[in-house]
Design a protein around this ligand. Structure first.
Ligand code: ADP
Length: 352
């Protein structure tokens, strides 16, 4: 079975494995990702609870309890999962729920786990039921039941594991079964970051990338990053490229605004896809309610992309509401897009 790497893989290792490649971070991402708890900005309440759990585990020389992180993409779930083992001085294995098709895919991770080490399973909601059930005794009693052979010759052996910490990350905690959710000692929800927190991240990361930036440009990038550190980093890189190409590389407010406008990122941080989503509900579905599948079909996009990446921020900013019959736009979205209240349009209009 192809294995996910332990932290930083060596170049050239298993080059043909697509899952592996997707896990190899570009060098710049590695530079920007916080390395220690102290480098992390925001999420103060989560941070405080984790510090206590880490401190207690260290003092008692015990294995840290299992932790579940949930929240929209790009808010720091993987980052927390990678700094925690560093704080504890233990090893980390990284696996993806989407890549586990059967219990046997999980066995090497469990048997390789060193005492007190961390096993991080990203997208844990995508684990098939059989793998999830196989994980229960591993999480609870650090043992697994392995079936050898088939049919009448099948026999089950019970194997004990070294105590380890499972860290799960999910964008959809609602899809986790209650028995799995209950086996996590700490369940932490990561929320969107404030503009001030994102500005701090942009300021620090501009320093790491070796570029000069005006304070007002820092705030501009932060306020157009949809509360998400990953987007703040992406926008910063783009603005840096723009400033290098169009000027001397020094990032001013005017350059930052021009760069973000060129990418069609508006003052709320919405990009073309976000606006197209809102416009589709307004124009095609007359403001809603519209089911997410119908909206996704109309936009020729996967519903999961809308649910995971587009909707959480729009809900948070009050640009849409969820109702039992589907999504509805709000007066805020009409105003933001420059529509008259109640206006809709025919599907042949400028949108398509
Ligand atoms: P997720 O796993 O939730 O999708 P990541 O942990 O991969 O998100 O975060 C994306 C990027 O955002 C990271 O590479 C890191 O550079 C940045 N980031 C996330 N959280 C923080 C934070 N609290 N402080 C500083 N940078 C952060």
């Amino acid at each position: 079975m192809a294995r996910e790497p332990i932290l930083s893989p060596e170049d050239g290792e298993e080059p043909d494995d697509r899952r592996f490649r997707s896990r190899v971070e570009p060098e710049e991402d590695r530079v920007l990702r916080p390395q220690r708890m102290g480098d992390m900005v925001g999420q103060r309440e989560v941070f405080a609870r984790l510090e206590i759990a880490l401190d207690a585990a260290r003092k008692r020389r015990e294995t840290l309890g299992h932790i579940l992180f949930d929240g929209p993409p790009g808010l720091g779930k993987t980052t927390f999962a990678t700094v925690i083992p560093r704080e504890l001085g233990v090893s980390l294995q990284i696996a993806s729920g989407a890549a586990m098709t059967a219990p046997k895919d999980l066995i090497p991770y469990l048997t390789n786990a060193e005492e007190g080490s961390v096993l991080f399973i990203d997208e844990i909601h995508r684990l098939p039921k059989a793998v999830e059930e196989f994980l229960y005794p591993a999480m609870e009693d650090f043992r697994i039941d392995i079936t050898l052979g088939e049919g009448v010759n099948a026999r089950t052996i019970n194997m004990s594991l070294r105590p380890f910490t499972l860290i799960g990350a999910t964008t959809r905690s609602g899809l986790l079964s209650a028995p799995l959710r209950d086996r996590f000692v700490l369940r932490e929800h990561l929320d969107f970051y404030t503009v001030e927190e994102l500005a701090e991240i942009v300021r620090r990361n501009a320093g790491k990338l070796g570029c000069q930036i005006e304070a007002s440009a820092t705030t501009e990038i932060a306020s157009r990053s949809r509360g998400t550190p990953r987007l703040a980093n992406n926008r910063l890189r783009w603005v840096r490229d723009y400033a290098t190409s169009k000027a001397d590389g020094h990032i001013t407010l005017t350059l930052a605004q021009a760069a973000l406008e060129m990418q069609r990122i508006d003052r709320l941080g919405l990009d073309g896809q976000d606006r197209r989503y809102l416009e589709t509900i307004i124009r095609v579905f007359h403001g809603g309610p519209a089911g997410v599948e119908a909206v996704a079909h109309t936009m020729n996009t996967a519903p999961d992309t809308l649910i995971d990446e587009v909707e959480p921020f729009l809900l948070r900013r009050g640009l849409i509401v969820r109702t039992p019959r589907g999504r509805r736009t709000t007066p805020v979205s009409y105003e933001h897009l420059g529509f008259e209240p109640g206006q809709s349009g025919d599907p042949q209009g400028k949108l398509f």
